[in-house]
Design a protein around this ligand. Structure first.
Ligand code: GDP
Length: 304
C-alpha cells in the first residue's frame, strides 16, 4: 500500500483528468481520444508514448466499432502494461543479484539533486537486508557535500564506504573501492559518480575512464549502470535521460520523488522512449521508500 500512497498525487490527478475527458460521453469517439491524448501528455507520459497509446486505442475502436467509455480504464490499463512489457521485466518485488557475478558492480549516474545519494543509501539497505555484503564508493569527488552525504548513508545503513578527499580522481576512488570489495569478499558494490552535465564530452570521458579503471580490478564491470532521474521534473527527466544515454550505456533507471508529484506518467514515457527498464522507484525520503519497480503494481495503482 506504500506504492498507492506514494503515487497518490499522480493517481488523483490522472483520474480527475480522465473523468473530465469522458464526461457525458458513453462511446469513445474522436473527441474522447483528443481529450485522452491531452490527459496523457499533461500526465508527463511524453508525446511519443502518448501517440502510441492513442494509436492502439484507435485500432481497437476501429476493430470493435464501438468502445464504451466505461471500458476505457481497463483498455488503458492493458495498453500501458503492454508498453511497459516491452522494456521491463518488472515482475519481481526484490532485485536479485546474480550469484555468478561477485562483486556485482552498480555504477550510479545522474545530475545533482535528483536523489542519487538517497537512492544509493536505500539500495544498500535493501541489499544488506537480503544478507548481502555491500561496499559503497564515493566517486563523486567534485563536491565535498556528496562525499559527506554518502558517508551519512553508509553510517545509517552500517556498510563500509571507500572515499578520498574532494577533488581526487573519481577513477582512482572506483579502483580502490573495487579492490576493497574483492578483499572483503563483498557481494555488491555501489559507486556514486559526479553528474555534471556541463559538457557531454567531459561527462563521457569521465564515465569511460571510471569504467576502464574498474575493469582492471573486476572484468566486465560495471554490471549495471543505473541512471537516477527525478520524476517530479517531468520533461527535464526526459532531457537528462537523453544526455546520459548519449554519454554512457545506461542499463537501468531509478525514478525518484514520485510521492511528491502528479507526474508519475514519466515512468511510462521514459521507459518506452529509451527502451531502458525502470528498476526502482523512489516514493519518499525514508530508508524504506525505494521499491523494485513492478509494472503490474504500478499500472494497477493508477487504475484502481
Ligand atoms: P543527489 O544530489 O542526487 O545525491 O540527491 P540527494 O540524494 O541528496 O537527494 C536530494 C533530496 O531529495 C533530499 O532531500 C532527499 O531526501 C530527497 N529525495 C530523494 N529521493 C526522494 C524520494 O523518492 N521522494 C522524496 N520525497 N524525496 C526524495
Amino acid at each position: 500500500e506504500t506504492l498507492d500512497k506514494g503515487l497518490e498525487k499522480s493517481k488523483s490527478s490522472f483520474f480527475g483528468k480522465l473523468s473530465k475527458a469522458v464526461a457525458g460521453k458513453s462511446k469513445v469517439d474522436d473527441e474522447v481520444l483528443d481529450n485522452l491524448e491531452e490527459v496523457l501528455v499533461t500526465s508527463d507520459v511524453g508525446v511519443n508514448t502518448t501517440l502510441k497509446v492513442i494509436e492502439r486505442i484507435e485500432e481497437r475502436v476501429a476493430k470493435d466499432k464501438y468502445l464504451g467509455t466505461d471500458e476505457l480504464n481497463q483498455i488503458l490499463r492493458e495498453e500501458i502494461a503492454a508498453l511497459l512489457s516491452e522494456t521491463n521485466v518488472g515482475e519481481e518485488t526484490e532485485f536479485i543479484i546474480p550469484k555468478d557475478k561477485k562483486p556485482y558492480v552498480i555504477m550510479v549516474v545522474g545530475v545533482n539533486g535528483v536523489g542519487k545519494t538517497t537512492t544509493i543509501g536505500k539500495l544498500a539497505y535493501q541489499f544488506k537486508k537480503q544478507g548481502l555484503k555491500v561496499v559503497l564508493g564515493a566517486a563523486d569527488t567534485f563536491r565535498a557535500a556528496a562525499i559527506d552525504q554518502l558517508q551519512v548513508w553508509a553510517d545509517r545503513v552500517e556498510v563500509p564506504i571507500v572515499k578520498q578527499s574532494m577533488g581526487s580522481d573519481p577513477a582512482s576512488v572506483a579502483f580502490d573501492t573495487l579492490q576493497s570489495a574483492v578483499t572483503q569478499n563483498a557481494d555488491v558494490v555501489i559507486i556514486d559518480t559526479a553528474g555534471r552535465l556541463h559538457n557531454k564530452v567531459n561527462l563521457m570521458n569521465e564515465l569511460t575512464k571510471v569504467k576502464r579503471v574498474m575493469q582492471k580490478v573486476v572484468a566486465d564491470t560495471p554490471n549495471d549502470v543505473l541512471l537516477v532521474l527525478d520524476g517530479s521534473t517531468g520533461q527535464n527527466a526526459f532531457e537528462q535521460a537523453k544526455q546520459f544515454t548519449a554519454a554512457t550505456d545506461v542499463t537501468s533507471l531509478a525514478v525518484t520523488k514520485l510521492d511528491g508529484t502528479a507526474k508519475g506518467g514519466v515512468v511510462i514515457g521514459i521507459s518506452d522512449q529509451f527502451k531502458i527498464p525502470v528498476k526502482y522507484i523512489g516514493v519518499g525520503e525514508g530508508i524504506e521508500d525505494l521499491q523494485v519497480f513492478n509494472k503490474y503494481e504500478f499500472v494497477d495503482s493508477f487504475f484502481k
